[in-house]
Design a protein around this ligand. Structure first.
Ligand code: ZN
Length: 257
């Protein structure tokens, strides 16, 4: 059993803290050490583990300082050579155990945003890094649309009641795009109202639920006929188009949006 807390960083990142009752703590994607150290000191928590999803600096930038400040830290992350600081390399389908927290997590390789991006999940929670956002998905810096499409499909098959802890507060901008491509989606219209109220109160819109994302996130809904129609009009395509084609054009449109 653990609780998850958001540590806001930079302008719109969330670093996630997994904390057990006895005060041991794992941090997902510590892009900046300062807010993590402040969080640990304020609550008197002990840092035991660091979990990395991918190599972008806003996700790993604080690791060196944390390792210099605290001792005996396990660092989990992708198994490629870009992660010299990783002590426990993770591969697809691995089950990792954070010994001091007694937390078991599963690893999923989700190429797309980067080639070596991984997610961590258990029955209740998904730490999706920059792969799945609320109402959106990560940009394709390294992977192909097909890789990202397959990665998101695999995440969609997890427990739909799980919380999705993504790494950025991009929800508002993502909804704007989602409403453009899927304006007759009443769940999306409702979700827009709910998240607008949260943002107005300065509250995070994350975590979101996977079940919510399945209803509102166009990047998980590229089989939707209304979205396909919008895409075909925008890009002058003759219907029918495949789900993957729809996803590819959705991502292309969002990049220019
Ligand atoms: Zn990234």
């Amino acid at each position: 059993m653990y609780q998850v807390f958001a540590i806001p960083a930079f302008s719109d990142n969330y670093l996630w803290a997994l904390v057990t009752k006895d005060g041991n703590c794992a941090i997902v994607d510590p892009g900046d050490a300062t807010p993590v150290i402040e969080f640990l000191q304020k609550h008197n928590y002990t840092l035991t583990d660091i979990l990395l999803t991918h190599h972008h600096s806003d996700h790993i930038g604080g690791v060196d300082t944390l390792l210099n400040t605290y001792s005996n830290i396990n660092v989990y992350g992708p198994s490629t050579s870009r992660f010299p600081m990783v002590t426990i390399p993770c591969k697809d389908n691995d089950e990792i155990v954070l010994p001091k927290l007694n937390i078991k997590l599963n690893v999923m390789e989700v190429p797309g945003h980067t080639l070596d991006h991984i997610c961590y999940f258990d029955h209740d929670n998904i730490f999706s890094g920059d792969t799945l956002f609320s109402a959106g998905c990560g940009r394709l810096f390294e992977g192909t649309p097909e890789q990202m499409y397959n990665s998101l499909n695999r995440i969609s098959e997890l427990n739909e009641n799980a919380n999705v802890y993504c790494a950025h507060e991009y929800t508002s901008a993502n909804i704007k795009f989602a409403l453009t491509v899927n304006q007759n989606n009443q769940d999306l219209v409702n979700y827009n109202e709910v998240t607008k109220a949260l943002i107005k109160d300065n509250k995070p819109t994350i975590p979101t639920l996977l079940s919510t994302e399945l209803k509102i996130n166009p990047f998980l809904r590229s089989n939707d006929q209304n979205i396909k129609q919008t895409i075909s009009q925008k890009f002058n395509l003759i219907l029918p188009i495949s789900d993957l084609e729809c996803f590819t054009y959705l991502r292309k449109w969002k990049d220019q949006f």
